[in-house]
Design a protein around this ligand. Sequence first.
Ligand code: CA
Length: 230
Amino acid sequence: MQTILLIEDEAAIADMVIYALKSEGFAAEWRRLGREGIDWLQQHPETALLILDIGLPDGNGFEFCKEIRRFSSVPIVFLTARNEEVDRIVGLEIGGDDYMGKPFSPRELTARIKAILKRSAIPMGSAVENPCVFAIDLVRCRIRYHDCWLELTRYEYQLLKTLLQQPERIFSRAQIMDMAWSEPEESLERVVDTHIKTIRAKLRQVSQEENPIKTHRGMGYSISGNVCES
Ligand code: CA
């Protein structure tokens, strides 16, 4: 379940937003103050999206946004009563993703949130800073993850290469074995899980907060992230 953080000082608005988020299947976390919200966000980098009020008792939402952008690229939707074009432009220039003027319809808010999450599922923001999450060096049989060349065993390399050659595609364990193992009949499908586990541990050593390999229950595995050949 994706968690959305709401930083909003007005309880009535917060109640309405939380209700709308929950009825759309999101988990909602509410903080009244900007400072409290930032603390929570620092402890929960997996937060899917932030809804940020502009007029907060302990500061201005635009300022909080600038501070958040120093450590997080979480999508941000501003909420404000100051529904003027100048605010809109300021908000988007300092790193906001969208903007809702109060009063707003909760349905419109959740529709926009879904659109943003869909957009940010393709890592466009990170693509600008780092165009290749993964790079495959087919000649030297090695794979780079962010800035690190991974230390992989032969099977780990074959397995990861198989997933990376078709990002987002779900491979069953049997398919992975056919493509990554030279003698698939000699191995057990369980072996795939073991190798996935060791590969995940190696990826985590490079980047704690990401988990590019997804498990699809009863179906298999897929990987996400931009891939380049090097
Ligand atoms: Ca407010």
